[in-house]
Design a protein around this ligand. Structure first.
Ligand code: PLP
Length: 386
């Protein structure tokens, strides 16, 4: 039996989501721009999904744009802001805890002469508000922050953040990377003064390949993709009706049950962490305390065990975990890992694993991974090169 613990990478789509999408390939396949009945039907479904998401964020449906993924949303938000606001300044604030989608966009902008400044964070991986207050300047044009950290589960407290940013940097836009938090926590961009927000369907049991960008009505940035004028001219390209409808459904479904889902996940995460640290006392959780972090992400340092080796060893028992995006198949660098910003050295980063839960995680899954890790870790440590 499979035990899947890599939900921060992606989640298994809900069975209803898979079922719902089928209809769009067999029946409701019209182009939403077409004037006939089949087109109008598809257009209606998109409108309905946009409404479902608007309800969650409590924003106007017209301020939401469907994209191909969170990375596209983030790129549109960051590149668009810099193009539009460069006449006011070239200073950008962010953290060392960001996902590669934000980090690499900012690295590219640095090459073009933008000044990227990093906020200090505490040991649990949360940015220091005093530092933000200190570093905001009249020529700051963008503040881009992650909400729930994909590696550690650390949560950026949003209370008063947008207000502070706009008070100290009147021209700046505040972009929130809510890819790991959208639909799981209440986020209200308007009262929270969030100008731009990025999200993705596949983190809450929707399909991969469909993202969302919220853009406040007052934010005037250019589109990244131009062409046929879909999505009110802000994101051209024929809409992916099936995925959009599935996104709307998955988000609404999760959000309606979020409290019970999150509280069950929290119980399971605490049970798992306690069982593992009791059995192997050297194991140390990275990042926030079990109480403070998101209940679906647990990052553990297992000294003298290479995360990658443990990952493959667990895989033999159909147990799937994450080893952190720093050592994903696309990159081998460690200095960019949020764990480095928490003070971990390269060896510690290479010995850190990420166990991420979902609404499908059961007690049996927790028992299976606990048992397997108790057996494998002492064995793997015997073979470690010191
Ligand atoms: N931002 C964060 C925090 C993420 O966790 C991810 C995905 O892992 C992304 C952005 C990118 O999302 P997508 O794969 O939908 O482009």
């Amino acid at each position: 039996m499979e035990h899947y613990f890599d939900n921060a990478a992606t989640t298994r789509p809900l069975p209803e989501v898979a079922e719902l999408m089928r209809e769009y390939f067999t029946d409701t396949y019209g182009n939403p721009s077409s004037l006939h009945r089949k087109g109008i039907e598809a257009e209606k479904r998109i409108k309905s999904a946009r409404g479902q998401i608007a309800e969650i964020l409590k924003v106007e449906p017209g301020s939401l744009y469907f994209t191909s993924c969170a990375t596209e949303s983030i790129t549109t938000a960051i590149q668009g802001t810099c193009r539009r606001l460069s006449r006011f300044g070239r200073h950008i604030l962010t953290s060392r805890l960001e996902h590669a989608a934000v980090r690499e966009n900012l690295n590219a902008l640095q090459m073009e002469g933008f000044e990227i400044e990093y906020l200090d964070n505490d040991q649990s991986g949360v940015i220091l508000r005093e530092d933000l207050e200190k570093k905001l300047r009249p020529d700051t044009i963008l503040v881009s922050l992650i909400h729930v950290n994909n590696e550690t589960g650390a949560i950026t407290p949003l209370e008063g953040l947008g207000k502070l940013i706009h008070a100290r940097a009147p021209h700046a836009f505040f972009h929130l990377d809510a890819t790991q938090s959208f639909g799981k926590y209440p986020i209200y961009p308007r009262p929270m003064e969030i100008d731009l927000l990025s999200a993705s369907a596949h983190k809450l049991h929707g399909p991969k390949g469909i993202g969302l960008l919220y853009k406040a009505r007052s934010v005037n940035i250019p589109p990244l993709i131009i062409g046929g004028g879909q999505e009110s001219g802000f994101r051209s390209g024929t809409e992916n009706t099936a995925y959009i409808a599935a996104f709307g459904y998955a988000a609404e479904n999760f959000y309606a049950q979020r409290e019970e889902i999150l509280s069950r996940m929290k119980e399971l995460k605490i049970k798992l962490c306690n069982a593992l640290t009791e059995a192997i006392p050297e194991i140390r959780p990275n990042g926030p305390s079990l109480e403070e972090g998101a209940p679906y992400i647990l990052n553990l340092l297992i000294p003298d065990v290479r995360a990658e080796v443990l990952l493959h060893s667990l895989e033999d028992q159909e147990i799937y975990i994450g080893s952190g995006s720093a050592c994903s198949s696309h990159r081998s660098g460690h200095k960019d890992s949020p764990l480095a910003a928490l003070g971990l050295n390269q060896k510690e980063i290479e010995s850190s694993i990420r166990i991420s839960l979902s609404r499908f995680t059961t007690e049996e899954d927790i028992d299976a991974i606990t048992q397997a890790m108790k057996e494998k870790i002492p064995m793997l440590r015997r073979f470690v090169r010191k």
